[in-house]
Ligand binder design. Structure first.
Ligand code: TYD
Ligand code: MG
Length: 465
């Protein structure tokens, strides 16, 4: 028997190579090339996404995004930009066990209640498992149909035959097309199946959710391919041991990518957290050095988050820098700035930084908060717990303007903060009723303001052996 022809396919970017290599020549990733059986290239005729293929002026017709479908979960709707757009393909990625299936089941049940039949394709869990979970979540409905099928052709004919308002594919890696010899979960299968779902979604104006696994290194299998293909990419993340879950949008063709949704995993499924600031601030220690709160702005929603730093004498040759919740490079940069511009020496200290609640703060406004937490811990001077701070710090130690000052201060005021340290340039046209504004121009001034100590005294403390 003739040996089947094989090709070598990069599982990261889908590039095809003639022979195996340790590193993909196209995307530069290591150890991603896998041998697959070659597909006979016949004359392919791909059905187009829409029936009409003639050019149409943009102004013609009604707005297609007008009627968004609510998922029944406010946090989820917000992240999607106000609901699911008909005909959109959304990818939901996340670590195993984080709660993707739970989230999708809860959303499907709500949609079924409001809009009628929903198809939940479960390629990983049996019908009994699904029913057990649904009864535990209280998500039983006649309009929520579970289809335990992994064949693309069977799923396609079911979607086309039944009138559904939403379809969920859990997971895209479990679906396979019998037209392709490649194994389920391989890049060829995932690409083909996702493409087919895209055609179904656009052709029938049906919103489809694809659940995607995350590989060891934190990427959805075949991430580049899928992320290009779909309209929206959501990540469901959280610390495995904690109940808090954050739904984050990394690509959205129908809205902003800055929004986050906050959930809490409970005995009876995911609960929406309407007021995350309150959650993040409970158990906050009072009168301890190294703790500062930032009114951060994730999308349109302000969020009060506590940033903690612990600076201690190091007994190691190269002191430790352990950082969670912010970019470690940013912390190194701030340590250098504090050393150079404010005379605070960290070179013989271990530095630990933590953001409470498992949140990851990406925005530059975190700089000033971090710098103050680090300085506070080094000097062992507590910052008044009713004082919040935000602002970007430049290399010269200057504190730079960030946007959304008004919303940040309003949130701080709502939670009883009485003073806010902020960039000098942010104070224009601000009318803070209950919060005293403390505008600062550089880190030095910020440290002095935050700790209410004159410079001479502060210097003396640092100089102590
Ligand atoms: P699941 O949705 O199966 O995760 P994924 O689909 O992302 O792999 O969630 C599984 C985890 O969620 C499991 O560890 C238990 C937890 N869980 C709860 O705590 N409460 C619940 O009501 C449910 C359904 C799950
Ligand atoms: Mg699952």
């Amino acid at each position: 028997m003739a040996k089947p022809k094989t090709v070598y396919v990069c599982q990261q970017c889908g590039a095809i190579a003639a022979r195996w290599a340790g590193r993909c020549a196209a995307c530069g990733e290591w150890n991603t090339i896998v041998e697959e059986i070659a597909v006979e290239e016949g004359p392919h005729i791909r059905p187009s996404l829409q029936e009409s293929t003639c050019p149409v002026p943009l102004t013609a017709g009604a707005s297609p995004c007008g009627e968004r479908l609510s998922t029944g979960l406010r946090e989820c709707d917000r992240v999607l930009g106000g609901g699911v757009v008909p005909g959109s393909l959304t990818l939901l990625g996340g670590d195993p066990g984080i709660g993707k299936s739970t989230l999708m089941l809860q959303a499907s049940w709500r949609v079924a209640g409001m809009n009628g039949r929903v198809l939940y394709v479960s390629g990983e869990e049996s019908f009994d498992q699904m029913r057990l979970r649904a009864s535990r979540l209280g998500a039983m409905s006649d309009d929520l149909l579970v289809f335990t099928e992994t064949s693309l052709e069977a799923i396609r004919s079911e979607i086309v035959a039944g009138a559904y308002s939403l379809a969920v594919i859990d997971s895209i890696q479990s679906v396979y097309s019998s037209q392709l010899p490649a194994l389920p979960g391989s890049i060829g299968q995932v690409r083909e199946c996702a493409n087919e779902f895209l055609r179904i979604a656009k052709g029938r104006n049906l919103p489809i959710f694809l659940v995607g696994h995350v590989t060891k290194d934190g990427a959805i299998a075949g991430p580049r391919l899928l992320e290009h293909l779909v309209d929206t990419v959501l990540y469901f993340e959280g610390e495995g041991k904690q109940a808090l879950r954050i739904l984050r949008c990394v690509k959205n063709r129908f809205g902003s990518t800055h929004e986050i949704g906050v959930f809490e995993m409970t005995q009876s499924g995911l609960r929406e957290v309407e007021n995350p600031s309150a959650l993040f601030l409970t158990e906050r220690p009072k009168g301890i050095s190294g703790s500062v709160v930032i009114p951060s702005l994730e999308g349109t929603r302000p969020l009060l988050v506590e940033v903690q730093a612990l600076v201690s004498d190091s007994h190691l040759g190269s002191p430790r820098r352990t950082v969670t919740g912010v970019n470690p490079n940013r912390v190194s940069l701030l340590l250098a700035i504090l050393e150079k511009r404010a005379g605070l020496a960290f070179s013989d200290k271990d530095v630990f930084v933590n953001v409470v609640g498992g949140v990851f703060l990406e925005e530059p406004a975190t700089d000033l908060t971090l710098a103050l937490a680090l300085a506070s811990s080094l000097l062992n001077v507590a910052i008044d717990p009713r004082r919040a701070a935000f602002g970007e710090v430049g290399l010269a130690g200057e504190v730079r303007v960030v946007d959304g000052a008004r919303q940040r201060i309003a949130e701080a005021s709502k939670f009883g903060f009485t003073e806010c340290i902020l960039p000098r340039g942010c104070t224009d046209d601000l009318d803070a009723a209950n919060v005293a504004l403390a505008p600062v121009g550089d880190v030095m001034e910020a440290i002095q303001t935050a700790m209410e100590i004159p410079y001479g005294q502060r210097k003396a403390q640092t100089d102590k052996p």
